[in-house]
Design a protein around this ligand. Sequence first.
Ligand SMILES: Nc1ncnc2c1ncn2[C@@H]1O[C@H](COP(=O)(O)OP(=O)(O)OP(=O)(O)O)[C@@H](O)[C@H]1O
Ligand SMILES: [Mg+2]
Length: 221
Amino acid sequence: MGGRERSDSPSPILTATGIRKRFGRKLVLDNVNLEVRPGEVVAVVGENGAGKSTLLRILAGFLAADAGEVDSRGRVGYCPQEPGLIGLLNAREHLRYFGAARDLPPGDALAQGHELLQALGFPVGDPTLVQNLSSGNRQKLNLVLALLGEPEILLLDEPYQGFDQGTYVNFWNHVETWRDQGKAIVVVTHLLVERQRADRLVELRIPCPSVVGGEPPFGAS
Ligand SMILES: Nc1ncnc2c1ncn2[C@@H]1O[C@H](COP(=O)(O)OP(=O)(O)OP(=O)(O)O)[C@@H](O)[C@H]1O
Ligand SMILES: [Mg+2]
């Protein structure tokens, strides 16, 4: 890891410094730092509950940190762990709706979206409402919505959950392509084999509450 970093690497397009986040008395992120440059893949790893999704929400601007800074110098495409889809709309309607939020004319949103969906093996043109799609196909749509408008920064929170084997391999091939195109990619992952695909790792650990802030451990009486 880190072997790809060279003295002529571009400067970071996304930098997070000293991020701290609490939910009530539970400290979730304590002084977390992350940076990603164009053409780089950073894997965010850690056990369940370590704060990976919380960190990505903060990086995406959906959640405020209690302390620390996020400096983002490009457009962000965020693929949340839980798909933020609308059950009563179909895939085509999602592309138009989410495309409009990115200032894409409907024709462009559909063209871009259909190409990406096709590449992931989604049944393009299927009018099935999202609430009746298989969970793997819902996840494909969730990922494609993050890619609409060709953002320079991709924040992907376990985006391959529910993908079949072929789509999973395909997904990582796409990550390589996006990296080669100069996108900056932050991807939450669990599997060892995926870590080897990344240029760098950010490993999160559940902070020890008795050390930080001097408060009793969460849940302690
Ligand atoms: N809105 C919230 N309110 C209260 N606690 C929260 C909230 N969101 C997350 N948490 C807590 O923060 C901690 C980190 O959650 P998070 O979802 O970021 O973990 P994660 O590393 O993504 O886990 P997983 O691998 O299971 O996806 C957990 O203890 C969780 O219960
Ligand atoms: Mg998570």
